[in-house]
Ligand binder design. Structure first.
Ligand code: SF4
Ligand code: SF4
Length: 185
């Protein structure tokens, strides 16, 4: 890619087809859960699901794996018939847009920043078919803000997962993990 070719991606516009909210697993952190609980009043039990190896394609060494009594699993948003639980059936729009997980806010951009914060490269996720338009106006500052937020949030969550996985005490159940993260379930 020639220098500055990534600038074309700043014209990306989501057409709201909802493809990325179907047939995908949205991994979440405790901070995502807290924001959704605060914004919707729902219990985490209503929208959190733990995905085992047969339900998610992820390296066995990935630090997102949480150890339970029976097997390891990765925490994500619940789906109903392969649709995110928060995707509106009729409009295909996100019903918790303001509170959605940071990974949803980051999607579909993969951005590399230099040490000084300048954009070095941008590409788009190919995880699903994305019928976007090219008349948007994406802010580099916003891309940087969301990516930094995503990295900090994940770093904090992974520390907690590591602590849980190393702990030898108590029952290793899914509700116990949610309580360990600070939720009343
Ligand atoms: S939370 Fe919203 S944006 Fe994220 S996958 Fe679900 S419906 Fe889509
Ligand atoms: S697949 Fe692309 S166009 Fe469709 S909702 Fe997701 S980001 Fe928007």
């Amino acid at each position: 890619m020639a220098p500055q070719d990534w600038q074309k991606y700043l014209k990306f516009r989501c057409t709201g087809c909802g493809n990325c909210c179907r047939d995908t697993v949205v991994c979440i952190t405790d901070a995502d859960i807290q924001r959704i609980v605060d914004g919707t009043g729902k219990s985490p039990l209503k929208f959190v699901r733990f995905y085992t190896h047969d339900k998610i394609s992820m390296s066995t060494n990935d630090p997102l794996w949480v150890k339970f009594n029976d097997q390891k699993a990765v925490m994500g948003l619940r789906s109903i018939q392969d649709r995110c639980v928060f995707l509106d059936d009729e409009t295909n729009l996100c019903t918790i847009y303001e509170h959605r997980p940071v990974t949803c806010q980051d999607h579909p951009f993969n951005v590399t920043f230099s040490d000084t914060g300048a954009v070095e490269k941008i590409s788009l996720s190919k995880i699903v078919k994305c019928p976007h338009a090219w008349d948007g106006d994406v802010s580099r500052r916003e891309l940087r803000r969301v990516q930094t937020w995503n990295e900090r949030q994940e770093e904090s969550y992974l520390k907690k997962v590591g602590e849980w996985n190393r702990s030898k005490t108590g029952q290793k159940t899914r509700p116990a993990f949610l309580r360990f993260l600070g939720f009343s379930v």
